[in-house]
Structures are given as structure tokens and as C-alpha cells.
Design a protein around this ligand. Structure first.
Ligand code: DGL
Length: 269
């Protein structure tokens, strides 16, 4: 089935998941949409996040996707069940895979999680982790400054280093051995985060396990692309294709990317 896999996020964050899908599933086509115009989703009401997630889903359904990845933790926490209940294709979120990867990695059952305000308030990670291991101790923290740093292309410089070091102070000597990047924007800050946390803490990017789940579901639903045609990815943003394209080509290592503008929904605020 050469129909694309749909990937959605509030902005460029979902590219961290798309990159893993491209690596683990090189025969598949991706159709990506980032709702950059309405980013960040983190501080928004869950009801509004559900509506925006449905807007994105409907847009990608018009591009004939065969499976949808909600590559945004905030949207997964607020809307995964709602979207699953309302569309006919398989839908994958990022929180369960992230929790699974953390439980596999931890040796002392002490796990740190960072995410947006929406994700942390929802307790979705704590619930998913506890469901897998009743003994797990979870220390979670909202880091509302991180996604805007990434969206403004400032994920490598001294400002990013300062903000990350300050924000992650509560995890110093906290005893955690595993740390979940519970927002898909955060893997772009991963080298800085790892540097702050030190070598004894294993940092988890849920994108890796999410791509494995996608792979499994493609088999389960007999959806794998068996055609020999070269990959044809498409990238859409509701914001500036130029800014999105700059971050995307840096992150994906694709020098000549075409990013298309998408108009979805009406509500902006
Ligand atoms: N990338 C999104 C996530 O994984 C959130 C960024 C935002 O606040 O929009 O939660």
C-alpha cells in the first residue's frame, strides 16, 4: 500500500518521530502536517487541543493516509481516544510507546518526565508508566520554555543551554536513572539535556518506540508499502514554510526540502 503514513504535531516537533519512521521504515511515504500557526498547544485547554487535532487529522485524511501518528504528546494526552473513535484508520500516539521504552530502560524504577503544561497536567505519563509497573516512581515537570525555543530555531545556542540547565535543576540528585522527553520538540534539545543530566541518566526519545509500534501495526493491518517507487514525502505547515523548512532540513538532513502551506480550521486563538 503506497498510501502515506500521516504524522501530525503542533509544529516541527513531530519531525523527531517522522525521522525515526523514515529510518526504521525506509519504504514508507510520509505526509506531515505541523500546525505552526497555532503552536504551542501546551498551554491550551484540552478541549481546544482535541478540536485542533481533529482539524489536522481531517486535512491529512484528504491526502489519503493509511495510518495516523499523533506525534505530539499534548495532542495524544488530550485527543488520542477521541480521534481513534472518530476515524477508520489505525491511530498511534506517542505516550504509551514512551512509557514502554522508559520501563524497559529503568533499573531502579525511578523515572523523570518532562513535557508541556498540558501533558504534565493530564498525568498521562504517570498513568501509562504505573499501568506497566505499579512500583514506578515518577517525577514530572512542565518545561513550557522548551518548545518555543525549538520553534524559533534556537535549539543549539547559549540561550538554550541556560534555559535547559535552569529548568532541569529539580532533577539534580533526584535518583532517577531514566528520563522521558515527553514532548516531541525536546529531542532537538537532547544533546544539551543529556549534558545537564549527566551520563548516569538514560534519556528516552519516545519517537523510536513509536516508529516500532507503527511498524508492527503495518504488519498487523497488512498496510506495508510493497511498491518499488522511490519515497515521496510531503511536508505541510500552517505557518511559514520557510521557517519550518529551515528547521526541518537541519533536523532531517535533507538539503532541498519542499514545504507546502496548509490552511486548516478557522479558530486561531
Ligand atoms: N510537540 C508537542 C508535544 O509533544 C508540544 C509543543 C506545543 O506546546 O505545542 O507535546
Amino acid at each position: 500500500m503506497n498510501q502515506p503514513i500521516g504524522v501530525i504535531d503542533s509544529g516541527v516537533g513531530g519531525l523527531t518521530v517522522a525521522k525515526e519512521i523514515m529510518r526504521q521504515l525506509p519504504n514508507e511515504n510520509i505526509c506531515y502536517l505541523g500546525d505552526t500557526l497555532r503552536c504551542p498547544y501546551g498551554p491550551r485547554d484540552p478541549e481546544q487541543v482535541r478540536k485542533f487535532t481533529m482539524d489536522m487529522t481531517q486535512f491529512l485524511l484528504t491526502h489519503n493516509i493509511k495510518l495516523l501518528v499523533i506525534a505530539c504528546n499534548t495532542a495524544t494526552a488530550a485527543a488520542l481516544h477521541y480521534i481513534r473513535d472518530n476515524v477508520d484508520i489505525p491511530v498511534v500516539g506517542v505516550i504509551q510507546p514512551g512509557a514502554r521504552a522508559a520501563i524497559k530502560a529503568t533499573k531502579n524504577s525511578q523515572v523523570g518526565v518532562i513535557g508541556t503544561e498540558g501533558t504534565i497536567k493530564s498525568d498521562a505519563y504517570t498513568n501509562a508508566l504505573s499501568l506497566l509497573n505499579h512500583q514506578v516512581a515518577v517525577k514530572s515537570l512542565a518545561c513550557p520554555k522548551f518548545a518555543p525555543l525549538v520553534e524559533s530555531s534556537e535549539y543549539k545556542g547559549s540561550v538554550a543551554k541556560k534555559v535547559v540547565a535552569q529548568s532541569l535543576r529539580p532533577f539534580k540528585n533526584s535518583g532517577i536513572d531514566t528520563f522521558v522527553l515527553g514532548c516531541t520538540h525536546y529531542p532537538l534539545l537532547q544533546p544539551i539535556i543529556e549534558n545537564v543530566l549527566g551520563p548516569r541518566v538514560k534519556v528516552i526519545n519516545p519517537g523510536l518506540e513509536t516508529a516500532s509500534e507503527v511498524s508492527m501495526l503495518l504488519d498487523y493491518f497488512t498496510l506495508r508499502n510493497v511498491s518499488d517507487e522511490p519515497q515521496q514525502h510531503r511536508f505541510f505547515t500552517t505557518g511559514s514554510p520557510k521557517i519550518f523548512g529551515g528547521i526541518a532540513s537541519d533536523w532531517l538532513g535533507l538539503p532541498q526540502m519542499v514545504v507546502e502551506f496548509a490552511k486548516i480550521g478557522q479558530e486561531r486563538k
